[in-house]
Design a protein around this ligand. Structure first.
Ligand code: CP
Length: 310
């Protein structure tokens, strides 16, 4: 199997085979991160550009770590320190950076569709690191890799995704990918944060947090994204925590070996209490660890593809 697409813009357009192939590649590369010398020459001579027009701790840094582990060079463009402040367009920015002979672009942008737009207008591979409320494919891949490391089979697992589904690109990428792998998804959140039409997502809608969590193997809590809400969609954070937050009491509805996930950053005491965020069932930091391996895998697959096609 080869990864034949030029880009990774979402999980919606990936097949189950492509998802599993990226994950298998990540599993092979993950071992490098435990070595004393955490570096292989796979992408030596390649230059990878991160273009982040939104804040990031996990995604940006883990892409940079992943690139460096594969011996690639990295450059970083951020909205606050680039000529976009002077009116330059996103496409002009990437074309100028491309003229420096960069090989792969990693793009985070507040507008849904921005990464695909760049991918369609440039000859180099583009990886979507999160576009508006649309998709965050490497987050979904690292989530599934983390689940694979804790559960025997993906097929048939019950996954509860709880929170601001409508604004969450993580939820969308997870749902597209997990459905393809035969996982059963239940979503729950305030009605103002649930998409008007959930039919395309092929998941069920829970009526309460206990209903969402009941018999769950995986509980994925989402961050309340106040920055993406055009109007106030919840009365208060305290009320949100009461009705939609995960705590030790409602966790008891899940299977005893359920794992707790969150893409980060966590709003402690809102969507997740510290007693569960830091409990032995929490795999939140494992998700971050998996992120480096998944990003190494996709950089490797896109990087060697370009070399092979030359
Ligand atoms: N999960 C995630 O995308 O985190 P960052 O916003 O810190 O990259």
């Amino acid at each position: 199997m080869e990864y034949k697409k030029k880009d990774l813009t979402g999980t919606k357009n990936l097949s189950a085979e492509e998802i599993l192939f990226i994950l298998e590649t990540a599993k092979k590369l993950k071992e490098i991160n435990s070595r004393e010398i955490k570096k292989v020459p796979a992408l030596k001579g390649k230059t990878i550009a991160t273009v982040f027009f939104e804040a990031s701790t996990r995604t940006k840094n883990s892409f940079e770590v992943a690139a460096k582990r594969l011996s690639a060079d990295t450059i970083s463009v951020t909205s606050s320190y680039s000529s976009t402040l002077k009116g330059e367009t996103l496409l002009d920015t990437v074309h100028n950076i491309r003229s420096m002979k960069t090989d792969i672009f990693i793009i985070r942008h507040p507008l849904s569709g921005a990464a695909k737009f760049v991918a369609d207008n440039i000859d180099t591979p583009v990886i979507n690191a999160g576009d508006g409320t649309n998709e965050h494919p490497t987050q979904a891949l690292l989530d599934i890799l983390t689940i694979q490391e804790h559960k025997i089979n993906l097929k048939g697992l019950n996954v509860a995704i709880i929170g601001d589904i409508d604004h969450s690109r993580v939820a969308k990428s997870d749902i597209w990918a997990m459905n393809k792998l035969g996982m059963n998804i239940k979503i729950f959140g305030p009605s103002t944060m649930i998409p008007a039409n959930i039919e395309p997502f092929e998941c069920s809608l829970a009526s309460s947090i206990s209903d969402a969590i009941r018999d769950a193997d995986v509980i994925m809590m989402l961050r309340i994204q106040l920055e993406r809400q055009s109007k106030l969609l919840l009365p208060s954070l305290r009320e949100y925590a009461n009705f939609f937050g995960l705590n030790n009491k409602n966790l008891s509805y899940a299977k005893k070996d359920a794992i707790i996930m969150h893409p980060g950053p966590i709003n402690r005491g809102v969507e997740l209490n510290s007693d569960v965020a830091d409990s032995p069932q929490s795999v939140i930091l494992n998700q971050v660890e998996s992120g480096v391996a998944v990003r190494m895998a996709i950089l490797y697959l896109l990087g060697i593809q370009k070399r092979r096609n030359k």
